[in-house]
Design a protein around this ligand. Structure first.
Ligand code: ATP
Ligand code: MG
Length: 342
């Protein structure tokens, strides 16, 4: 039996009313109340606009869904409804159907987002700790509610730098976790895909998200935009092995009875494990403390069962002063943090 190390029985306890999204009946509102101001983004599954709620003049986000499977729309809405109000999770305010364009949209809380590339390039050590901690807080909540995000990456985290706000967005690939269940491995975004997705291990769990957090932390600490940067999925795995080494990779495959079928010969070669200290440069020296590298090391493990859970990561010594701060609400510590130009 493959069972998550934490929160394994949450959905069994909460029952189908919580997780059976196919049963969800959606009452779509009319779109009249919302006006589009400008496009702010979009992806494979949507076009996203900044808009105004005319009833209260509030700025909101309109995520116009492209024609996608009903089941997937229900899943995103059910998950957002279950999670709205949780710490650092984007709030779903309404769902609307426009009969003219025949489109469905999600109305969401607006975040004045700072482009992550700009943010990551100028982040202070205090900010790295703060944002990573806030992301972990969101994920511990999400996981404790029986849900895996499955697409954690910088583009799916909104950062409002002026008030240090962070929101986890894009619940389009999120799914309920049930023990010993096979899930699709074609989820996530290449640079942030956990090893399990790349070796085809289907009975993964919440710990998939923890690999992605590790990738984001590595990118912030070392000042490298995407830490593992593969050309395709096989090459993505090669990038991981070139850092974590072949020896533990083979133990990992053996433990889970996995075989690699590939025509990428680089995957079959032997690589030594590279110590994290090897990535320290003069530019990133202040960020790459022993505590930081120790935390990183406990997140970036092939074997998902070895990765820290979100709650365990929050308890790591790296966050000692952040935990104090959340309780004392001291703003002074952030006086060294900059603002975003957008
Ligand atoms: P993808 O296919 O790229 O993963 P998607 O189609 O599922 O994306 P989202 O990730 O939810 O859509 O949103 C796309 C983009 O729109 C985000 O990366 C972000 O730039 C912008 N965006 C989404 N929600 C918000 C929000 N609440 N506040 C500000 N910007 C947002
Ligand atoms: Mg997205």
């Amino acid at each position: 039996m493959a069972v998550a190390r934490v929160y394994a029985d949450v959905n069994a306890r909460l029952g189908p009313g919580w997780y059976d999204y196919e049963r969800l009946h959606i009452d779509w509102s009319e779109p009249d109340r919302y006006e589009i101001i400008q496009r702010v983004g979009g992806g494979k599954y949507s076009e996203v606009f900044e808009g105004i709620d005319m009833t209260n003049e509030e700025t909101i986000i309109i995520k116009v869904l492209k024609p996608i499977a009903k089941r997937k729309i229900k899943r995103e809405i059910k998950i957002l409804r279950n999670l709205t109000g949780g710490p650092n999770v984007i709030s779903l305010l309404n769902v609307v159907h426009d009969p003219v364009s025949r489109s469905n949209s999600l109305i969401m809380e607006y975040v004045s987002n700072c482009d992550w590339r700009e943010l990551y390039a100028t982040m202070t050590e205090t900010e790295i700790k703060h944002y990573t901690f806030q992301l972990l807080k969101a994920l511990d909540f999400v996981h404790s509610r029986g849900i895996m995000h499955r697409d954690v990456k910088p583009q799916n985290v909104m950062y409002e730098r002026e008030n240090r706000k962070l929101r986890l967005i894009d619940w389009g690939l999120a799914e309920f976790y049930h023990p010993d269940t096979e899930y699709h491995v074609r989820v996530g975004s290449r640079y942030y895909k956990g090893s399990e997705l790349l070796v085809g291990y289907k009975k993964y769990d919440y710990s998939l998200d923890m690999w992605s957090v590790g990738c984001m932390l590595a990118s912030m600490l070392f000042g490298r935009e995407n830490f593992f940067r593969g050309r395709d999925n096989d090459d993505q795995l090669v990038r991981q092995i070139k850092v974590l080494g072949t020896e533990s990779f083979e133990k990992y495959l053996e433990k889970y009875g996995l075989y690699i079928q590939t025509d990428n010969t680089a995957l079959l070669e032997s690589y030594p494990r590279i110590p994290w200290t090897r990535f320290i440069t003069n530019e990133n020296r202040t960020n790459t403390t022993n505590e930081a590298l120790d935390l990183l090391d406990r997140l970036l493990r092939y074997d998902h069962s070895e990765r820290l859970s979100a709650a365990e990561a929050q308890a790591h010594t790296y966050f000692n002063n952040v935990r104090l701060e959340t309780t004392s609400k001291s703003a002074e510590r952030f006086s060294d943090s900059g603002f975003c130009s957008t």
